[in-house]
Design a protein around this ligand. Sequence first.
Ligand SMILES: [Fe+2]
Length: 491
Amino acid sequence: MTVAHAAEDGLRFPDSLVFRGYAAPVRIEGDVYDLEVIGRIPEGLNGAYVRASADHAYPPLHGKDIFLNGDGMIHLLRFENGHADLKTRYVQTEKLKRERAARRALFGHYRNPFTDDPSVAGVDSNTANTSVLWHGGRLFALKEAALPMQLDPRTLETLGPWNFNGKLTGRTFTAHPKIDPKTGELIAFSYNTSGQASKEIDLHWISPDGELVRQETFEAPYPSMVHDCLVSPNYIAFTICPMLCDWERVKRGEPYFVWDPSLPVMVAVIPRKEGVKGIRWFRSPIIGMETHTINAWEDGSVLHLDHFFTRSGWLSQFPHASDPDAHELPPFAERWSVDLASADDSVSIERLNEQVGEMPVIDPRYLGQKTRRFFFGTANPALGPMLDWGPKGPPFTCLCRADLETGELDYYYAGPDSSPEEPLFVPKSADAPENDGWLICVVGRRAENRTDVVILDACDLAAGPVATIRLPCRIHEGFHGTWLPPQAVGL
Ligand SMILES: [Fe+2]
């Protein structure tokens, strides 16, 4: 018997930041019932925390990859009367099915079809790994490069791609749609809707019961990554940043995005009622990149747009167009304000505090309204040492609540070798005041190669968790999550 590749390993992941240590693929689909709980899960916290992660099922086709390109693994933590159960399942994308059949990676670099194995030419490359959405009684896994993938919220079984009964005409849908808490309407968008670079961005108005009732298209100044949006009661806003999608580069097998700071940063403001014919463009005085949005709100004719913004591109993931030595700079929370009563196109910018951060959340009942507080991941060297650089940058060591009235910052330090991820805010009751809720957060216990989930009182982060749910294993670092009401998970 001959062994074809005796000198080579079998299936093996690269020894690199994306695939090593706490970032290593987990790949385990399973259930753990009755997790260990230190402290008490708050009474009345019934439902489920569900979130998306990128967990490579196979070593990358071309030997290296960015963490954004992992396969969508969904983590669901179900809370029932003080007990917690964990469920982890891959989204059964066409990509995963094809690769499992071949027992190897077939798709190449992030969103670049010119780097795929010829056997999957034209096949949907959706990884469904970025976020989850609960709207209109349906659960979806979202990736901005593809259609939503519908999941069964009780089993996490994949039900298939969802195009809103044929009304979503493109092939893409944002991972950051916004639910108007007052009306239940979902505002969403799609860019590069054919998969290729395009200046056109589709806007979607989706009714509270999940029907796509209106779709319009506007043109951005250049084709770029449009990851997030801002929604107030009367407006939809986008910060268009020069993370350029240059199709000629993509065709040459280069990364899907390239940072081109020679292009302007432009803010689009679109009236929700009037639609794209009422669009106004404002020009930012600075060049950089919006990473994630916090909230938008209106004060008379002034529209305030709060978001995290970095003076560099996202250079740890995508290269600079002309300067290979350029370094990624950290993001800060900023308030960008535009006056819709004024004829000029200026944007005023105010830094909200001096704390580097990202992955912000607010009390979702106040989306579009002036909020006093927001929560975000950060590191505070006064509380504990920084952690080693990971595939997304330096991991957070703390969660922080920023009070925009007093300027106070309230920190939860997660402990040595521990990395909190994006938190989730769940109100203590439907009519609890703003900020009166629970903050649920996955925390990496990196030295143990294990994961906890902590529940904090959002009014007092420094007090530490009211409950720590100890998982017996590691789950992969994730991106964004949401809360499922009790009835969604059979409670
Ligand atoms: Fe995101």
